[in-house]
Design a protein around this ligand. Structure first.
Ligand code: ACO
Length: 321
């Protein structure tokens, strides 16, 4: 069975945080943050607002916007690194809060690549013929797992959620995908619940995100260039056939370096880094949604989505909007 995505929704919390906020808590400046990351603002969930709430609101936004009935969804996948509980899954909580009676539910822990992994899994379930309508959500409240004493990371993150429905259909609109991982970089981007080493190296077990920004940056640029080229040729396409590239928005300089390495103009790349910061699993659907809202992304456009993050791992897929 083939698959299509023809509905998307997002939710972003109301509390806007500009760069000047960080000048009051760490030694940094609006100018440094803007020039080194591209970020000008991000949004934080309220104290009583959690990842589960963002998931529900993004799915409700999709449902209202596309007049889409979600009651017959038969599988829910939530990609997140910032769920409130490990068990029950975020997906199980979405199932009951949205009153979806007959859905299998799992969470995917693939950091900023999680949303694309979710689409790949949903396509696989539909291709196997076991499921027909899969709700895929990427959602994060990274502000709740941020070390606000670390100026190299706290300035980066934002909160948000995006949701799509992957549905069975006659014609195929979701094409070939790829995945890749280098687990030897595990310690370069992690969140530890227990004081157990990663690859033999000690961790800070404080349930906050920790990263080696420079290593992640370099890995992201070289991996994205290689994997995007591989994905385009796997789909028997040329770079010019892709209407919109939607890589995970981690840093505007990563996106600029990747576009330059691929010889693709930056205005072919949709980002959510400037106005939302790095929202991890939510960054790709937020950029995609805003591309549609602004009139850039049209029905039938060829999209290339690619996420990368903690693992270090990456996942990409080509599909039609
Ligand atoms: N304000 C002012 N100065 C700073 C700040 C800051 N917020 N952060 C770092 N600096 C300083 C450093 O201390 C360093 O000073 P020094 O030269 O005196 O030692 C200088 O700026 C340059 O530091 P670099 O680390 O070289 O800065 P870089 O240009 O690499 O930018 C950044 C750092 C923004 C973290 C970049 O490496 C990056 O974006 N990496 C990728 C991060 C990423 O993608 N993470 C994934 C997270 S996804 C997830 O976890 C959900």
């Amino acid at each position: 069975m083939n698959a299509i995505i023809n509905s998307i929704g997002i939710y972003v919390p109301e509390k806007r945080i500009d760069n000047h906020y960080f000048e009051s808590i760490v030694d940094t400046s609006d100018e440094w943050i803007t020039t080194r990351t591209g970020i000008s603002q991000r949004f934080y969930a309220a104290g009583n607002e959690y990842t589960g709430d963002l998931c529900v609101k993004a799915a409700q936004n999709l449902s209202v916007r596309y007049n889409k009935d979600l009651s017959d969804v038969d599988f829910i996948i939530v990609a997140t690194t910032s769920g409130e509980q490990v068990m029950p899954s975020m997906a199980s909580q979405v199932q009951t809060r949205l009153n979806i009676p007959n859905a299998g539910c799992i969470d995917v822990y693939a950091a900023c690549a999680g949303f694309v992994y979710g689409i790949i899994l949903a396509k696989g379930l539909i291709a196997a013929g076991t499921h027909k309508k899969v709700l895929v959500i990427g959602a994060e409240t990274l502000s709740k797992i941020t070390d606000f004493t670390d100026r190299t990371s706290c300035i980066l993150f934002g909160d948000g959620a995006g949701a799509v429905v992957v549905e069975a259909c006659d014609e195929n609109h979701i094409f070939d995908a790829l995945t890749g991982t280098d687990g030897s970089h595990g310690k370069d981007l992690y969140l530890a619940h227990q004081n157990v080493p990663i690859n033999g190296e000690p961790v800070i077990p404080d349930r906050n995100l920790h990263q080696n920004g420079k290593v992640v940056f370099k890995w992201a640029v070289s991996t994205l260039i290689d994997k995007i080229q591989e994905l385009i040729s796997k789909n028997h396409l040329k770079p010019g056939d892709i209407d919109w590239f939607i890589p995970h928005s981690a840093n505007i300089r990563i996106l600029e370096s990747v576009c330059s390495g691929l010889n693709v103009p930056m205005d072919k790349c949709l980002e959510s880094i400037r106005n939302y910061g790095n929202t991890s699993a939510a960054s790709i659907p937020i950029a995609w949604y805003n591309g549609i809202e602004s009139g850039k992304v049209k029905p039938g456009d060829n999209l290339l989505l690619i996420g990368f993050g903690g693992g270090l791992t990456c996942a990409g897929i080509c599909l039609q909007n």
